[in-house]
Structure formats: C-alpha cells, structure tokens
Write a protein that binds this ligand. Structure first.
Ligand code: A2P
Length: 342
C-alpha cells in the first residue's frame, strides 16, 4: 500500500488528538504526519507513538505535499482552508458541519455508504457524531427489513462540544465540594446568548435553534441520516440533549420497519451481523450499553431492543458509542483507509 503524507488540522483539540492516536494505532500507511492548529499552539510538542511532533500554525502553504488532511478545528476553519488544501492536491476529510449537506460532497460512514466515495472532488464530509453511531447500527436493519421512520432522543457527552466544554464540566463538578462556582461560558454553545451549567443538569439544546424550533444538532441528525441512507422520504426526527458525561453519546431510538412480523431476536441478529456493531442486550443479567464502558472502544453498542406494544413494525432500542472515536476520529481514519484501498 502506498504511504501517504497526512495533516491534522485541529491537532490539539478533542478530536484531533484522537485522529493522531487512531492513525498510529491502526498502522495507517503514513509517510509523514503534520500537526496543525492555531497560531497559539505553534511550537507545542505532542508526543505519541514514541515520537514527538511540533505543532504548526495552519496557513494555506501548510498543505503543500499533503495527500490527506483531516480537519477538526471548527466549521469556519474548514471554510477558510479546505479549498486551499484541495487546490494543492490534498484530499480533505472534514469533521465539521461545513460541507456535510453540500450536494456533491459525499457524507460517508464506511460501513453504510462507501460507494459515495467514488464521486468525491477533493472534500469528503464526516457526519455528525450522533448520526454516525445511529446509522451504523441501523444499516443492517434497513437493508434487511426496510426502514421508514426513526424517532431519536440523544444523551450527549460534553466532549462533543470540544476540550473547553470538558474543562467546563470538570470545573463545575467541583462545586460539589463547595470549591468553585458553577459559572457557565461554553454550554449549551459558546456563541449562545445564555449559558447554563452542565454539571448536575440536562440541557435540551445542542447548537443554536432554527426557526422550526429544532436545534441545528437535531436538524443535522435528521438531514444527514437521509443523505447517508440515500432515502429522502424516510421520516426522521430528533431531540438532542447534553448531559454531564465526558465521553460517550447514548441514544434512545424508536424505529418503524417495513416488514411485519419481525421478532426481536431477528432484529437483534441482523444488527449483530454488522461490522463494528456489538449487541449488549440481556436485561435478565442487567446487560445493556453505557457510555462509561464505551469510552475508548471503537464499536457501536446496542441493547434494550424491544417491540413497541402497539405499533406493528415498531421497535425501541438504546445505542451507545464513543463520540470521539466512531463518532469522529475513527470514522475519519476509516474513510481515509477506504480511499487508499480504492
Ligand atoms: P488551538 O489549540 O491552537 O486553539 P476543540 O474541538 O477541542 O475545541 O479543538 C479545536 C481545535 O481547533 C484545536 O486544535 C484548536 O487549536 C484548533 N483551532 C482553533 N482555531 C484555529 C485556527 N484559527 N486555525 C487552526 N486551528 C484552530
């Protein structure tokens, strides 16, 4: 396999650091790795896999000679630099929402729609973390039984809002010991007019509100799911909630499938056969997925699978995954691996 020159934009951030970890851990065919961030971090040393890397400021020239660049520094940075990278022959794998719904830009989960990679023109979008884990688990169900409706409620970790949000939760949690105030500045979103404490709380707002009453995070889940599945008639609604959890998103998912008379065992078996999905579903032994135990793991965990008492073809389940791994860094690296294979 040809070795490639890689850059990570946002290398000091919550997702960027995991991308470096995954590249090293998976024996990705790396020729060189360039770590890029803001001017503030230029010169910072990051040691990983026994090697020390020096972080550089991101400038257009950073992409000279780079084959694949992973972007995870926020949408505005992607908007500023992705085209510069593509102009220099770099393929961009973008973790932000900047390009996800652009018509000709593929939005890819390798287990679900790898064929979308065939038509890329330099930028490939990595979906939203909550969307990735849900579609990975539901893809085999859709394929085997048809899927017409999804209603999802999320229980999302603060690391999805970046390293500053993790700090905010950690600081506020210390109020428990009476040491500091619960002052909030980052959540529900740094640019919001009001901020609420996340420690000991549940915030039903992730990102800004749209005129429809949905948040942008909810709309991402709804729109991205349809694009990835290639089914714009599917009914998808979402309620996204931030919880005081550092890592690991959980989702209560209700689905309606097209095939009647499918049993819980059959549905469970279809998901168990999917690559990257692990079933943890044994209520008698209190076995179900939890974010605390999904942290650091690559898989998507599914449990609590049960039939809706009334609706034919209706099922409920609980889906958990590490939002920084399959939800972000791992999926991006898997996209790059698929590209190289092609
Ligand atoms: P820096 O550490 O220099 O600010 P997170 O998602 O955890 O909040 O991390 C955001 C990432 O985006 C960090 O690596 C951060 O680097 C990077 N970043 C922020 N602003 C810029 C910028 N203007 N140019 C490049 N990278 C940036």
């Amino acid at each position: 396999m040809n070795k490639v020159n890689v850059a990570i934009v946002g290398a000091t951030g919550a997702v960027g650091t995991k991308i470096l970890e995954k590249l090293l851990e998976r024996d990705f065919p790396v020729q060189s790795i360039k770590l890029l961030a803001s001017k503030r971090s230029a010169g910072t040393e990051i040691t990983a896999g026994g090697q020390t890397y020096i972080v550089e400021e991101t400038v257009p020239e950073s992409f000279e000679g780079v084959d694949i660049a992973f972007f995870s520094a926020g949408g505005s940075i992607s908007e500023k630099f992705a085209a510069e990278a593509v102009k220099r022959g770099t393929v961009v794998i973008d973790n932000t929402s900047a390009f996800r719904m652009v018509e000709n830009i593929p939005l890819v989960v390798p287990e679900v729609n790898p064929e979308a990679l065939n038509n890329h023109t330099g930028i490939i979008a990595n979906p939203n973390c909550s969307t990735i884990q849900m579609v990975t688990a539901l893809q085999p169900v859709k394929e085997k039984y048809g899927l017409s409706r999804i209603i999802v409620s999320t229980y999302q970790a603060v690391s999805g809002a970046g390293a500053e949000a993790i700090d905010e939760l950690n600081n506020q949690s210390q109020q428990f010991e009476g040491r500091v105030s619960n002052e909030a500045a980052i959540l529900p979103s740094a640019s919001a007019e009001k901020h609420y404490p996340i420690a000991f709380n549940a915030i039903p707002q992730i990102d800004a509100f749209d005129a429809s009453g949905y948040t942008l995070e909810e709309l991402k889940m709804m729109n991205e799911t349809k694009k990835i599945f290639g089914d714009y008639d599917m009914s998808v609604t979402a309620t996204c909630v931030r919880l005081p959890i550092v890592t690991g998103h959980s989702e209560s998912v209700y689905i309606e499938i097209d095939t009647e008379e499918v049993t819980v065992e059959e549905l469970r078996a279809s998901m168990a056969s999917a690559s990257g999905v692990v079933i943890q579903d044994d209520p008698g032994n209190q076995l179900y997925p939890m974010p605390l135990f999904a942290e650091g793991k690559d898989e998507v965990f599914v449990g609590r699978i049960r039939k809706d008492p009334k609706q034919r073809g209706g099922f409920h389940m609980w889906i958990v995954s590490d939002n920084l791994l399959k939800g972000a860094a791992l999926n991006s690296v898997q996209i790059a691996e698929k590209l190289i294979q092609q």
